[in-house]
Design a protein around this ligand. Structure first.
Ligand code: URA
Length: 385
């Protein structure tokens, strides 16, 4: 059974004592029916609060900010402290959920999502995510898939495909209990040896066949120097495996190896002033050897020793230049500029920029990585994953 939870009934629904029979209900029911789901037989429709608030304003169910227990006006939202009435309604909703025993719960809108998970989370970030139901006493394997409230979809009709997508996902998820193991293997903080083995294996495979990778970089800027630096480069060679190669980190870089290699330098060096040149394997480093300072005394160094970094950058350079390694990227104009300016990398054989592709297909929808992940993968809110 799919349990669908709205905020509170509209005026007519309040009088009829039936949820989702008004305008937003029509939209919800049409989408469910489109996917062969009977709103009456396959779903259980309810609301966080069973009565319509005055002027349909849900805010009345929160303690006015001037009266909140902290005594201070909340900077974040006036909806910071639920009233005792709302808390009681949520407790009753939990009993209702335990009684219905759903496989999938679809909270419609931020209020319903908040009621289920017990804290405020941005719906734009979390919609379409598959979250384990945190309510005690609910049978294990029940999942929560939040989406927009249909009233908002009626106002912002570009959200309709997103809403439809999320409902379809929830219907698929309602066919089995439990959250499927995504089996992602993302290697973070690999050793120097591991990075070399991985990058060499990509180059080795590409000698006999065309291979595909996707890569992405994380950067930060040094406002004092007006420069942008590459913090790490992540490379995925399949849908389930990736290695994240840090370039800048904290702490001693000489400890990043399984066995300290005899040739590795024991002295810390700062990575940020370099301009890497593969042909000559040289850095044209800043003679000042400056380091990046972020905030008060946060010193960030190269993650690797000087020699290790040269080897890694050289392998990366070969991968980026290789025509036998097709690249999938997100927002390539940005990444390629940073990589070219900071490290002198030139990227060949870019097969697809997912951001450009998404925008070409659906120019009215967002094209950022968070949104694309929510639509094309089952990774929940990817930067929290
Ligand atoms: N109708 C309902 O029953 N709930 C809502 O949240 C909106 C309309």
């Amino acid at each position: 059974k799919i349990m669908i939870i709205g905020e509170s009934p509209s005026h007519s629904e309040d009088q009829e004592r039936k949820p989702f029979v008004g305008e937003s209900g029509k939209l919800l029911r049409a989408v469910l029916t489109h996917f062969g789901i009977s709103p009456e037989n396959d779903c259980y429709l309810t609301n966080v609060v069973k009565f319509r608030p005055p002027n349909s304003n849900f805010e009345v169910f929160y303690v006015p900010s001037s009266l909140s227990s902290s005594g201070r006006k909340s900077a974040k939202s006036s909806r910071s402290e639920p009233s005792s009435y709302l808390r009681q309604s949520i407790a009753e909703l939990y009993s209702e959920i335990r009684r219905v025993n759903p496989v999938a719960i679809i909270p419609l809108g931020a209020e319903a999502f908040r009621a289920i998970i017990g804290e405020h989370r941005s719906l734009d970030d979390w919609r379409g995510s598959i979250v384990s139901c945190p309510i005690t006493g609910v049978l294990p394997g029940c999942k929560v898939i939040p989406t927009y409230h249909p009233t908002r979809v009626l106002r912002e009709h570009t959200l309709l495909p997103v809403f439809t997508h999320d409902i379809e996902r929830a219907i698929e998820e309602s066919k089995f209990r439990g959250i499927a193991n995504l089996r992602h293997n993302v290697e973070v903080n690999p050793t120097f040896e591991r990075v070399c083995v991985y990058l060499r294996s990509l180059l080795e495979r590409s000698r006999t066949t065309q291979i595909r990778i996707s890569y992405d970089i994380e950067t930060f800027s040094d406002p004092a120097e007006h420069r942008i630096y590459t913090r790490c480069i992540g490379i995925a060679d399949s849908a389930t495996h990736a290695v994240c190669i840090p370039l800048i980190g904290r702490g001693r870089s000489s400890e990043r190896t399984e066995e300290s290699s005899p040739s590795s330098s024991k002295t810390e060096h700062t990575t940020t002033a370099r301009r890497f040149s593969y042909e000559g394997l040289t850095y044209s480093s800043n003679s000042k050897g400056y380091h990046i300072t972020l905030g008060v005394d946060t010193k960030l160094n190269s993650y690797w020793t000087y020699e290790q970094e040269l080897v890694i950058l050289s392998l990366l350079d070969q991968i980026f230049l290789s025509h036998s390694i097709s690249k999938f990227v997100q927002n390539h104009p940005y990444d390629s500029q940073v990589l070219a300016r900071e490290l002198g990398f030139h990227i060949h054989s870019v097969l697809l920029d997912t951001m450009v592709a998404a925008h070409t297909l659906f120019c009215e929808l967002p094209k950022d990585l968070g949104f694309l992940c929510s639509m094309y993968t089952r990774v929940p809110c990817y930067w929290n994953y």
